[in-house]
Design a protein around this ligand. Structure first.
Ligand SMILES: Cc1ncc(COP(=O)(O)O)c(C=O)c1O
Length: 462
């Protein structure tokens, strides 16, 4: 069997013809029935699914088809996962090649693993070259935390308000778990894990005299916090380069360089969790590349295998031994299908110039969103880089009170018009596949703008 070596950049265009196409108001009758049957047994569904229970049957490129025959424009990439579109022929072919040849050989090497490692290290900043592979983001983060302990011999961690790092216990300890009834399973933060505020330019906690965010004040606070709150055993700062779940929030440009300097000064590791924002989503392989900052530890997931469960933990060469100390291997980590998916995904990003596409189309989207902000009374802020974007809805621009109900209604209305996407309360999150061109990006924003206008009318703004 031949593995595809290259594809036509326009492979998805034919399946995007006449997109979106709604023939039964969604969720349609078949979707409703399928969802009801599933919900009889499956619990713990996300808010996204509960708000719009659709049954999906097929995906190709940027289009998704539900069980009632409705076709949607994909503005979410699953949940930041299928970043190169559904069923990319090169990636599907690479997975099926190994599915027919060798499925799992624990952590023995395979030809495809050897190639993936070389490719991965080749796209990362120099020195980040010691790797372990896993099959979900939380496990990679968890291993990163153990590695940070092994590297430093210390056991305390600082992470940030409203960051998310996964749902295993250590990952929960450094994230903001406010989902579900968190009190039903006891304390969610293990001893030694602390949280601090991180800079959000729209909602700054500390400002300069001109009212703009004061990054230095945050850094001074961290310094004082380390002094006063920890017991002098701080191993790492663990944080997302840009907040995904919290609503596509990017820090000001001087934040990460200053945080890197603080970590160096204090002898603390910088652990960059790029599971959501990494591998091209913001127009760079690593989001930290935007600010020329190199972390000590980094995790990847989601886009890494474009839907196949494969994630990675990478540490600097000088810390390689820590991955031996923590016994990094796992049952599925780095199986041949996973390596094939990740290798093909990295190659596709290069072959199809998708970093450049994300930067170009993302900037066009930001320009359009800035115009939307000027003409809509409930759009308080627009934010993002590449294809990690957000529109923040507020009750009024002066008071900036979050408008959750509007967020929910805009999400549902736009979905009904054929836009498959992800809500985040009052912040509308957008994460289209990196293959999306300007035409479809603007089409998605048309749907969102129309839905925002309808909600504004319902609430008496027009
Ligand atoms: C930044 C970040 N880290 C880790 C995770 C956990 O990944 P997974 O759901 O694959 O365990 C997520 C998931 O959304 C994430 O956004």
């Amino acid at each position: 069997m031949e593995i595809l070596t290259a594809t036509n950049k326009d492979w998805w265009k034919a399946s995007a013809d006449q997109l979106p196409q709604i023939i039964h108001e969604p969720p349609g009758p078949v979707s409703k029935q399928m969802h009801a049957n599933t919900e009889k047994y499956m619990r713990g569904l996300s808010g996204q699914v509960k708000l719009f229970p659709v049954c999906f049957e097929e995906g190709h490129g940027i289009s998704l088809t539900d069980s009632d025959g409705n076709r949607y424009l994909d503005f979410s990439s699953g949940i930041y996962v299928t970043s190169l579109g559904h069923c990319h022929p090169k990636i599907s072919s690479a997975i099926s090649h190994w599915a027919n040849r060798l499925m799992n050989m624990h952590d023995f090497t395979t030809p495809v693993k050897e190639k993936l490692l070389e490719k991965l290290v080749g796209v990362l900043p120099a020195g980040l070259n010691s790797v372990q592979l896993f099959s979900d983001g939380a496990t990679a983060v968890e291993a990163g935390i153990r590695a940070a302990r092994a590297i430093t011999g210390k056991h305390e961690f600082i992470s940030c308000f409203r960051d998310f790092h996964g749902k295993t216990m250590a990952a929960v300890s450094c994230g903001q778990m406010i989902r579900g009834d968190v009190h039903s399973y006891g304390p969610t933060r293990a001893p030694g894990f602390y949280m601090v505020p991180r800079p959000d330019p729209y909602r700054p906690l500390w400002t300069k005299p001109d009212g703009t965010l004061d990054t230095d004040a945050y850094i001074r606070f961290y310094e004082q916090f380390i002094q006063e709150s920890t017991v002098g055993n701080l191993a790492a700062f663990v944080l997302e380069p840009a907040q995904g779940w919290a609503g596509s929030i990017f820090p000001p440009d001087d934040f990460f360089p200053k945080l890197r300097a603080l970590c160096d000064q204090k002898g603390v590791l910088l652990f960059d969790d790029e599971v959501l924002a990494g591998m091209g989503r913001t127009g760079e392989w690593l989001t930290l590349n935007h600010w020329d900052v190199v972390p000590d530890i980094v995790t990847f997931g989601k886009s890494f295998g474009n839907g196949f469960p494969v994630t990675a933990l990478v540490v600097k060469e000088e810390y390689a031994e820590a991955l031996d100390k923590i016994s990094g291997s796992s049952s599925y980590g780095g199986n041949p299908m996973a390596c094939a998916a990740a290798l093909a995904s990295l190659e596709v990003i290069e072959e199809e110039n998708l970093l450049e596409n994300a930067r170009y189309v993302g900037e066009k989207m930001m320009a359009r969103m800035r115009r939307m902000k000027d003409s809509h009374p409930i759009i308080g802020d627009v934010k993002g880089k590449g294809f990690l974007l957000g529109i923040e809805l507020v009750k009024d621009k002066q008071a900036k009170e979050p408008f959750d109900k509007a967020g929910q209604l805009v999400y549902q209305k736009a979905f009904r018009k054929g836009l498959a996407w992800i809500p985040a309360g009052h912040i509308l999150r957008m994460s289209p596949p990196l293959i999306m061109d300007e035409h479809f990006a603007m089409l998605g924003l048309d749907i969102i703008e129309e839905s925002i206008y309808e909600v504004e009318k319902e609430f008496g703004y027009h």
